[in-house]
Design a protein around this ligand. Structure first.
Ligand SMILES: NC(=O)CC[C@H](N)C(=O)O
Length: 371
């Protein structure tokens, strides 16, 4: 079981995973906040980053690993939030990635999954994989008759975030890593849990970053790597400043801590946001200009196969940004059609899409140095 320290730190017993929803576990809710041509000539296009294939009726998707059957023994029925109509696809980790031999604690309850099961909660609130935290809606792709994998109806587009100081340590699968790396997942708003679970499956330790104290200790950074998740970049930006985390986060990434930003995380990392929300700031660490929501609104969400510089990847685009300018030291690692959707500059990788929602581990493995 897990223990709560005096300062509210929750520490998992070895081999056990502590899970929370992105909304936190009984903690005080935060204030609600209101919410060019890619590949310039001087930027060599990556040899393997090309195109992007969206699911269509003519090209139906193959069966996905990790697909779950709702209501089957050991698998939870879909939450009411997902409409209860379909298996949730794409969120699962193959058991070879470590999903099968761990236990999970949700809201203080430990549940030991079976060999091919993902950790899960007996509580409605505590399901681990919760796309609702991203404001992701459940829908059917127009014309294809195929529902978007991993997309679930959400009543709220702004869930998540807690104002409490806490550290959640997930002790990774020791089989899959010789020395567990500690990855800080920025946990102010958005799809936090999905990254945590993927990283856990890869053998990483995961710490949720909500304050500067979570990020930096007296001896420097407390994390070996960072993930800035998707969500709503303007909201995350405001929360970063409200919680005095903006500058510490910027300094930590600037110091060279390997960082992966997905979707809103990419927007946060950008030097310039071409269409910011009123007052929106960014960390300015990636020499790129981004345009938010460049692929349309929520209803235009799509699962796409990309051939990236890091390898083939099936990913989800959800209100995704596009990179409209890359600086001279920025490598393009992924394109969707003509649009630049993945970049790398030194230790910083920014991707416009969500690999964590489709169980694609490529970019997280790269972050951990095990790709
Ligand atoms: N899925 C996402 O992270 C969406 C990002 C959102 N469009 C933003 O500007 O932050």
């Amino acid at each position: 079981m897990h223990q709560l320290d005096a300062d509210g730190t929750a520490t998992a017993a070895p081999g056990l995973a502590l899970g929370t929803t992105s909304e936190g576990t009984g903690h005080t809710a935060p204030p609600r906040l209101g919410a060019q041509t890619p590949g310039s000539p001087e930027q060599p296009a990556p040899s393997r980053a090309s195109g992007g294939h969206t699911r269509s009726a003519a090209n139906p998707a193959p069966p996905r690993l990790g697909a779950q059957t709702p209501g089957s023994p050991g698998h939870p029925a879909p939450s009411r939030a997902s409409g209860g109509r379909r298996p949730r696809l794409g969120g699962g980790l193959p058991s070879s990635q470590g999903g099968g031999d761990r236990a999970a604690a949700i809201d203080g309850e430990i549940v030991a999954p079976g060999p091919d099961e993902r950790p899960q909660s007996r509580t409605a609130k505590g399901k681990i994989w919760d796309p609702a935290s991203l404001g992701i809606e459940h829908r059917t792709t127009a014309g294809t008759g195929r529902e978007h994998p991993g997309l679930a109806r959400s009543a709220s587009h702004e869930t998540a975030s807690t104002g409490f100081v806490a550290e959640l340590l997930l002790s990774g699968n020791s089989k899959s890593a010789t020395k567990a790396r500690t990855v800080g997942v920025l946990a102010l708003q958005g799809g936090v849990r999905e990254h945590a679970e993927l990283l856990f499956g890869l053998g990483a330790r995961v710490t949720y970053v909500r304050t500067a104290k979570d990020l930096v200790g007296p001896d420097g950074p407390r994390v070996d790597a960072l993930v800035l998740p998707g969500g709503e970049s303007s909201t995350i930006d405001r929360l970063l400043r409200i919680f005095d985390l903006f500058e510490p986060l910027r300094a930590t990434i600037a110091s060279g801590v390997p960082t992966l930003g997905t979707c809103a995380g990419l927007v946060l990392l950008a030097k310039t946001v071409l269409d910011p929300a009123p007052g929106q700031q960014s960390l300015g660490l990636l020499d790129i200009d981004v345009r938010r929501n460049a692929f349309g609104s929520q209803v235009d969400s799509a699962e796409v196969d990309l051939d990236t510089a890091d390898g083939p990847a099936t990913v989800a685009f959800i209100r995704a940004p596009r990179v409209d300018r890359v600086g001279p030291s920025v490598q393009v690692i992924a394109r969707r059609g003509e649009a630049t959707v993945g970049v790398r500059q030194g230790n910083i990788t920014g991707i416009a899409f969500h690999p964590e929602l489709t169980g694609t581990t490529l970019f997280h493995r790269n972050l951990l140095g095990i790709a």
